[in-house]
Design a protein around this ligand. Sequence first.
Ligand SMILES: Nc1ncnc2c1ncn2[C@@H]1O[C@H](COP(=O)(O)OP(=O)(O)OP(=O)(O)O)[C@@H](O)[C@H]1O
Ligand SMILES: O=C(O)[C@@H](O)C(=O)CO
Length: 419
Amino acid sequence: MKLGCIGDDFTGSSDLANTLARGGMRVVQYCGIPAGPAGDDVEAGVVALKSRTIAPEEAVRQSLAALDWLRAQGCTQFLFKYCSTFDSTDRGNIGPVAEALSDALGGGPVVFCPAFPATGRTVYQGHLFVGDRLLSESGMKNHPLTPMRDADLRRVLARQTSRHVGHVAMADVAAGADAIAEAISRENDEGRPFVIVDAISERDLVEIGRAIPDMKLVTGGSGIAMGLPANFGCRAGGADRASGFARPGARAIALAGSVSRATRGQVRAHVAAGQPAFEVRASDVMEGRLDPETLSDWLLAQPGVPLAYSSVEPERVAENQERYGKEAVAGAIENLFAETASVAVARGAGIVICAGGETSGAVVSALGIEALEIGPEIDPGVPALKVGGRELRLALKSGNFGAPDFFLKAARIMGGGDE
Ligand SMILES: Nc1ncnc2c1ncn2[C@@H]1O[C@H](COP(=O)(O)OP(=O)(O)OP(=O)(O)O)[C@@H](O)[C@H]1O
Ligand SMILES: O=C(O)[C@@H](O)C(=O)CO
């Protein structure tokens, strides 16, 4: 293994694995830290953790354990993948995890670049944009667990770390790899080793990749991986990821525990397309009126691509949090989806489409999945996935990713949904 990656959630890890596969690397996504060694042919390993919103000390512990495993597989460069909207709080976990990984790897400058232009996330003058809005004016300001209310990444990161934060601005990035490398060294030499790097296009990301072949620790969204495969001699356009992937006729179910804007639009579009949809109400979950068996029975009795969703507007999420407690309601809904997936798969579902990072982490853990192979891309940042050794296909969609018809498109690509 050459490139060792640690993802702070499961959907984000599949987003990263997708980018690396597009760059020509043979990639496996591991769900948690594997017990044994990786296969000899794996060039990039992505260890998916569910560490984005847990206590910082625990996120650090798990990330260091993942690093140990990746080092034991022979990796020479490491990538810490977080969200392209820099999801975190003043306690972490981006700063504390990056600090711990950097220390373990002997220090030196570390790049921070969440840009992912294909999904509208760009970094300019140290500020993160979502489309034409500052992060702090995007839907992320209402995120249920990591509301992002400051778009200046230099300030956001500085609140999470004792390291000094530097910046490489667009003027240097636009001048290409050599200028970027020089600017990163300048920041580090002046005592600012944690360097936010601007990027507004894929070309910028490729140049940043070219500038950092020897940097031990790189951090960012999946976009930062665009330029890395070439440093390991890999070239885009290798294996056909679609060949032999689909499972025609498999039963597909969709589970949306994401409350992001894009998911809410996808739920509406699914309902408008006449597909079966079941609203999971927080009150029913919290007050014991809905259980996984009932939900799974409903899903398996429907034609097409049945969807169970708890996605509601931010005001209703806030009401639920107020009434039941933020962690309690989040955990109970995640558990319901996780156990529903487990029951539905045991009863014959062959395709599980899941929306939301936290939700996907819970579902994948409940399904006891250890490793995922990367199939064709469904939408930018979302690959179809194949479970090693099992006839099961998955899609793990980050909250804000995907076109309005995502659920139907995902089912079609994976072969299911009796359309
Ligand atoms: N109706 C609801 N009321 C309160 N909390 C909810 C509701 N529906 C879902 N949740 C919780 O909100 C959280 C949503 O996080 P999740 O990561 O799954 O989706 P997301 O934030 O939209 O996606 P991503 O992290 O990929 O951008 C989960 O913990 C989920 O259980
Ligand atoms: O980077 C992103 O936006 C996604 O991969 C993700 O991590 C969202 O949860």
